[in-house]
Design a protein around this ligand. Sequence first.
Ligand SMILES: CC(C)(COP(=O)(O)OP(=O)(O)OC[C@H]1O[C@@H](n2cnc3c(N)ncnc32)[C@H](O)[C@@H]1OP(=O)(O)O)[C@@H](O)C(=O)NCCC(=O)NCCS
Length: 202
Amino acid sequence: MASAMWLPDSETKFMSQPIGPDTIVRDAGPADAAAVAEIGKVAVPETYADIITDASVMKAIVDQSYALDALRDCIVRCARNDDAHFLVAERSGRIVGFLHYDCEGPQPELHRIYLDPQQKRQGIGSALLKELHHRLPPGSSYILMVVAANQPAVSFYEHHGFVEAARVDGVTYIHENMGVGFPPGMPEVLALILHFTRKESR
Ligand SMILES: CC(C)(COP(=O)(O)OP(=O)(O)OC[C@H]1O[C@@H](n2cnc3c(N)ncnc32)[C@H](O)[C@@H]1OP(=O)(O)O)[C@@H](O)C(=O)NCCC(=O)NCCS
C-alpha cells in the first residue's frame, strides 16, 4: 500500500490515514513544492479560463502564486505552525492535489485547494478538506474566498456546509490578501466570502 512506503521527513507534522487503497492525504514537505507548483500551473488557468481571459494576467497570477521559493517557504511555515496546514493528496505515489490553510491574516483562512484536473470529482477534494477539519479544534471557524462564477467549487463548498458571509471584488481581495499584482484597469470579478464552522463535538 502506498501509505506504508511513505516516510515523513523532518518538516512533516504527521501522516494521516489512507483514504483509499492507493490514496493518502498527508502534510506537505519542502520537497513537494515542485509537484504542487506543477498542479497550480495547470489547474489555476483551467479553473479561471472563462473568467480571466487575458493570458498575460493569468501568467502573472500563476507566476506570483506558484514561484518555487515562495511555495517552499509557505510549506515550511505551515509545517512549523500548529495552526497552519499545507496538505497534499498522493495517489499511487504521485501528488494529485493540495490544500493550504493558515491563520496569518485577520481571520483563519483556506487560501487554496486545487487538484490535478484529471482527478476531479473522485472524492479527493473532500478528503483534503475532511483532513483539515479533523485537525481544527472543535467550534473553530474560518473563511475562504471563491470566485462566484466558479460554480463547481461553490457547489463543493455548499456540499461541505459552508455559508455565504459577504460579497467582494476578487481582484482587490487577492491583491490585498495575497500580494498578487494586477495591471491597472483590471475589471472587478465578483467573489464570495464563505464561512465554515467546525462542530463542537468530534
Ligand atoms: C473544487 C475541488 C477542490 C473539489 O474537489 P473534488 O475532488 O473534485 O470534489 P469531490 O469529488 O470531493 O466532490 C464532493 C461533492 O462536492 C460537489 N461537487 C464537486 N464538484 C462538483 C461539480 N463539478 N459540480 C457540482 N458539484 C460538485 C458534489 O456535491 C460532490 O459530491 P458528489 O460527487 O457525491 O455529487 C476540485 O474540483 C478542484 O480542484 N477544482 C478546481 C480548482 C478550484 O476551483 N478550487 C477552488 C478554488 S476557491
